[in-house]
Design a protein around this ligand. Structure first.
Ligand code: C2O
Ligand code: CU
Length: 468
């Protein structure tokens, strides 16, 4: 029955007044509205000699948000597969964390989902698919995410250096047949054969001679540990570089950077790089994780030079992180990491059933945390928001891993990093044992997993619960 216009207006007015307060508040939500479209994209990496490589991506090169400014991000899935988006490193509501099957339902093809949050930490982050992740990351479904400081940090220019390796076949298309290869899953994960920087082959980063640059480095590879070198070039005099942030979080004081910079998948560094006044032309930036160094990108140095910075950079403005200092831990748990090739794993529980290795492999599982392969029903621990948590992570495998905590930053006693640095992802060598410490943040279910994403798929994932 159609309502007359007058009656309709009356009805609408009444129902609005009758709304409970919470919903009214949401109606006036003042977030900046951003639309993100997930869609196939083409990259002509090899000129005219090949068809462009078809990837999956988001409809932009970078997402820039502002610290403390609410946003409303409408994600439209125009891909042929369901997905969800995880805001890696952001401390936001659990319902916005983007883990399909845990914090939300996957966004079906043709559907959309609205992520609403206010980034409280400035820094360098990324957003990436968290559904069928080993496939969707290999296809390129991610984007660097910059949260700008509310007070500007003085540099001449701000650059991204997003490293990724892609597995292409002889037609220069993604080698999709090799996805899910169990041999790779039980070893170091999927390695690509083409390196890109900022989704380009050998891009040129234009800089002025003598300029001070901020360089945001992110390893977006599925599994490759990247090592980039000659961000600082030792054979040239006067090149200075400092680390000012790790995984988005500013260091209390910048530290001089020693070549090369090593990054597990998902790790980020913010560097300050002073380009010498006497540089000109092209200067390579190498990736050196293999025997043969590879010039992945170039500084393209433009003259004339700008004013030279002689003073060391100052620290970035601090984010509102809680200081752990010497507070005693309220929780102390072990996380035994096991499995993989040559790891001697005999059995593990998978989906509540104890299995031998052959049966595990039939289920594509080969790694375990505390004897459980893949997500257990029970959390690793339950902490109250505000509690201090200590996890002893024991890498009892023959492989390095990049351990990531959702929604939290932590400190460690790892001697690979300077003390006091905050991380959301940590590179651990084989046999290494570290203690991580953090304060339980917002309530919800948060993942802990290896960010060598094949290892996660093959078992290296658990979760912890934070209660209000
Ligand atoms: Cu960037 Cu669960 O990951
Ligand atoms: Cu791993």
């Amino acid at each position: 029955m159609a309502l007359k216009r007058r009656e309709f207006l009356k009805l609408a007015a009444t129902s609005l007044c009758a709304l409970p307060l919470g919903i009214q508040a949401r109606l006036v939500y003042a977030g900046q509205k951003i639309e993100l479209i997930l869609q196939p994209e083409q990259r002509a990496w090899f000129g005219d000699s090949y068809q462009p490589t078809v990837l999956w991506g988001l409809d932009r090169e970078v997402l820039r948000l502002k610290q403390n400014q609410p946003v409303e991000i409408v994600v439209k899935n125009q891909l042929p597969e369901a997905t969800s988006l995880h805001w890696h490193g952001l401390r936001i509501d659990n319902a916005m964390d983007g883990v399909s099957g845990l914090t939300q339902q996957a966004i079906e093809p043709g559907e959309e989902f609205v992520y609403r949050f206010t980034p409280k930490d400035a820094g360098t982050y990324w957003v990436h698919a968290h559904h069928n992740t080993y496939q969707q990351l290999a296809r390129g479904l991610y984007l660097p995410l910059i949260v700008e400081e509310s007070t500007e940090y003085p540099v001449d220019q701000d650059h991204l250096l997003v490293l990724d390796d892609w597995r292409l076949n002889k037609d220069a298309q993604l080698d999709l047949k090799s996805l899910g290869n169990m041999h790779e899953w039980s070893h170091g994960g999927r390695m690509g054969n083409v390196l890109t920087v900022n989704r380009q082959v050998k891009p040129r980063l234009q800089v002025r001679a003598g300029s001070r640059n901020r360089l945001r480095v992110l390893n977006a590879a599925n599994s490759r540990i990247m090592a980039s070198s000659r961000i600082m070039a030792s054979e040239f005099t006067g090149v200075n570089a400092w680390i000012v942030a790790k995984d988005g979080q500013p260091l209390a004081a910048p530290i001089r950077f020693e070549d090369p910079l090593i990054l597990a998948p998902a790790e980020r560094y913010d560097l300050i790089v002073d380009i010498p006044a006497d540089w000109q032309g092209e200067q390579p930036i190498y990736e050196v994780s293999t025997q043969k160094r590879y010039a992945g990108a170039f500084w393209d140095v433009l003259l004339p030079s700008v004013a030279i910075h002689h003073d060391s950079p100052t620290a970035l403005p601090a984010n509102p992180l809680f200081s752990l200092s010497d507070r005693k831990a309220d929780h102390h748990v072990q996380l035994m990491m096991e499995g993989g090739a040559m790891g001697g794993l005999r059995k593990a529980v998978y989906q509540n059933k104890s299995m031998g290795v052959r049966e595990l492999i039939q289920h594509k599982q080969i790694w375990a945390f505390n004897g459980v392969a893949n997500l257990p029903d029970e959390p690793l621990l339950t902490a109250k928001s505000g509690d201090v948590v200590e996890i002893v992570m024991d890498n009892n495998t023959r492989w390095p891993h990049g351990m990531h905590l959702h929604g939290h930053h932590f400190q460690t006693n790892s001697n690979r990093y300077q003390e006091g640095i905050w991380h959301d992802t940590l590179l651990m060598e084989r046999g290494e044992k570290v203690v991580i410490r953090f304060q339980a943040g917002l309530p919800g279910k948060w993942l802990i997993h290896c960010h060598m994403i094949e290892h996660q798929a093959a078992g290296m994932v658990t979760w912890f619960e934070v209660t209000a």
